[in-house]
Design a protein around this ligand. Structure first.
Ligand code: SF4
Length: 308
């Protein structure tokens, strides 16, 4: 089975991502975010290294189109707490980066600073998710992920090392992280550090993530249920908030990005008009720099070279 696959967001037609590959060094995710969408498809909630990852990776890199970016990762975090010991993501980077592949690290962690030597030398951009600046709310929502302050510190390290980065303010959940002035302050904070692009979206309910949210915030059950079920709309297996409410929740983030003159996009909202979407790529892969050229297929590594 391929380890580098074409990104296919479960055939969701609202996805505006440009063509790209994705690789997940781990299966499952130890961050245990309450709102995680991946748990509808992948049942494990601990990050487990993929079996035979490196040999499968080396087989696949001889087959993929070298001009398309590789997003790492989209259904698990490439920097879960386990990465500190296992260093599997680092091994993947050590293989693909010197070959000139363009890589976006999509994460909710700060651990990528351990790899700043690699990240700053090759074709890498980082997309960091920060849903709130409120540490206690983040601790409840993203149980095992680093605190917002630690993620901000990691962004400062990227800035100091000239690595481009975007920030995902995603998802916005009614009654939890939707306070307008706090969202505006979050955009201003990450822009001050050097974020060049903002992606945002509202929370879309799936039965299992909705249950986790309600268990953690039982006082919100009735209010959230009313917004998502009688009033909301099902799209591609997800319950969406009413469109007018989605626009209202996302507006402060977009408006602040506009004022700061940084690019912005919404994710799987169907809001592609320029009021909500002004960017060369919604997922920020356009930020990936070209520091080293891609090697031709002939010079790509062989399995034997890497395994000896
Ligand atoms: S970091 Fe991403 S994949 Fe991991 S639990 Fe959170 S939302 Fe899910």
């Amino acid at each position: 089975m391929s380890i580098i696959t074409r990104f296919d967001p479960w055939r969701n037609k609202l996805c505006t991502c440009p063509p790209k590959y994705t690789i997940n060094p781990y299966t499952g995710c130890s961050h245990s975010c309450l709102y995680c969408y991946a748990t509808s498809y992948i049942k494990r909630n601990k990050s487990t290294p993929k079996r035979d990852l490196l040999s499968r990776l080396i087989r696949d890199i001889n087959k993929i189109k070298p001009n398309l970016p590789i997003d790492m990762s989209l259904s698990s975090d490439p920097y879960p707490p386990e990465e500190r010991e296992i260093r599997l993501t680092r091994k993947v980077l050590e293989i693909i980066l010197p070959l000139g592949f363009k890589v976006q690290i999509t994460t909710k962690s700060d651990l990528y600073v351990l790899d700043i030597d690699l990240i700053s030398s090759y074709n890498v951009a980082v997309s960091e998710t920060i849903t709130t600046l409120d540490n206690s709310l983040a601790r409840k929502l993203e149980i095992n992920a680093p605190s917002p302050i630690n993620r901000l510190r990691a962004l400062e390290t990227l800035k100091a090392n000239n690595v481009p980065f975007s920030v995902r303010i995603d998802p916005i959940i009614p009654f939890l992280n939707d306070e307008e002035e706090e969202l505006r302050e979050l955009v201003r904070t990450v822009a001050r550090i050097g974020a060049r692009h903002i992606v945002t979206s509202t929370y879309k309910a799936r039965p299992n993530n909705f249950r986790r949210l309600i268990n953690a915030f039982p006082e919100l059950e009735k209010k959230l249920h009313k917004l998502y079920y009688p009033k909301g709309k099902m799209k591609f297996g997800y319950a969406y908030l009413p469109i007018s409410l989605r626009k209202k929740l996302l507006f402060p983030i977009i408006d602040e990005a506009k004022k700061l003159n940084i690019t912005y996009a919404t994710c799987r909202e169907g809001l592609v008009e320029k009021d909500f979407f002004r960017t060369p790529s919604c997922d920020s892969t356009h930020l990936i720099p070209e520091k080293v050229p891609i090697k031709t297929i002939k010079t790509l590594v062989t399995l034997e070279e890497f395994l000896k």
